[in-house]
Design a protein around this ligand. Structure first.
Ligand code: ATP
Length: 197
């Protein structure tokens, strides 16, 4: 089974590209979704987080208050490490489970949609790396216009990620999303053609 990493900076259009791969029949392992699911109410990670950081990290309905957790966890390296020690093993286990399930189902290829693929060195384990590329100013404008982020927040999030040239250096295939969204379908189809060849 071919492991295909799909990545790009925040606001580059990864979700849109992942949906196009889905429409070609590829299963997609969604890293952001897994990170959210392992801290849903009833999940052991959420209970452990509340024990470690206090019940105030929960909303009254029992769901995770992300802002409150961030305020308590990202204060020093030890607490950040504590947060990671609770969440990362669960995320890794669920990701591995989904890869194994795709393989057991006889899928010829699977897409791993992972914003931090290159930041975390996970591109090394992929057979093919697809990077969605958009220049920084355009991403900034899209994040502000269609996501409602403030410019400051969007820039801060961009700067926390690996530099665009480092991400691009890891790419086997680059999808250019600087133009209109309609330009993506043909580019994805061309990559699909290469994968299936
Ligand atoms: P994130 O890293 O934040 O999850 P993402 O890389 O998954 O983002 P998308 O959610 O697919 O990116 O796209 C970001 C925003 O930009 C969305 O609102 C999307 O509709 C819009 N967008 C994507 N591609 C284009 C395009 N070519 N032209 C204009 N807007 C676009």
């Amino acid at each position: 089974m071919l492991r295909i990493g799909l990545t790009g900076g925040i606001g580059s259009g990864k979700t849109t590209v992942a949906d196009l791969f889905r429409s070609h029949g590829f299963p997609v392992i969604d890293a952001d979704l897994i990170a959210r699911q392992i801290v849903e109410p009833g999940q052991p990670a959420l209970t452990e987080l509340a024990q470690a950081f206090g019940a105030d990290i929960l909303h009254p309905d029992g769901s995770l208050n992300r802002g409150e957790l961030a305020a308590r966890a990202f204060v020093d390296p030890e607490r950040t490490a504590l947060l990671n020690s609770i969440t990362h093993p669960r995320i890794q286990a669920e990701t591995a489970r989904q890869f194994a399930a795709a393989e057991a189902a006889g899928e010829p290829a699977v897409i791993y949609d992972m914003p931090l693929l290159v930041d975390n060195g996970l591109h090394e384990g992929m057979d093919l790396v697809v990077v969605v590329d958009v220049d920084k100013q355009t991403r900034l404008r899209r994040l502000v216009d269609s996501r409602g982020l403030s410019e400051e927040d969007a820039l801060r999030r961009m700067d926390a990620q690996v530099a665009d040239d480092v991400r691009l250096a890891a790419a086997d295939e680059v999808i250019d999303n600087n133009g209109p969204v309609e330009g993506l379908a043909d580019q994805v189809a061309a990559v699909v053609e290469k994968i299936r060849r």
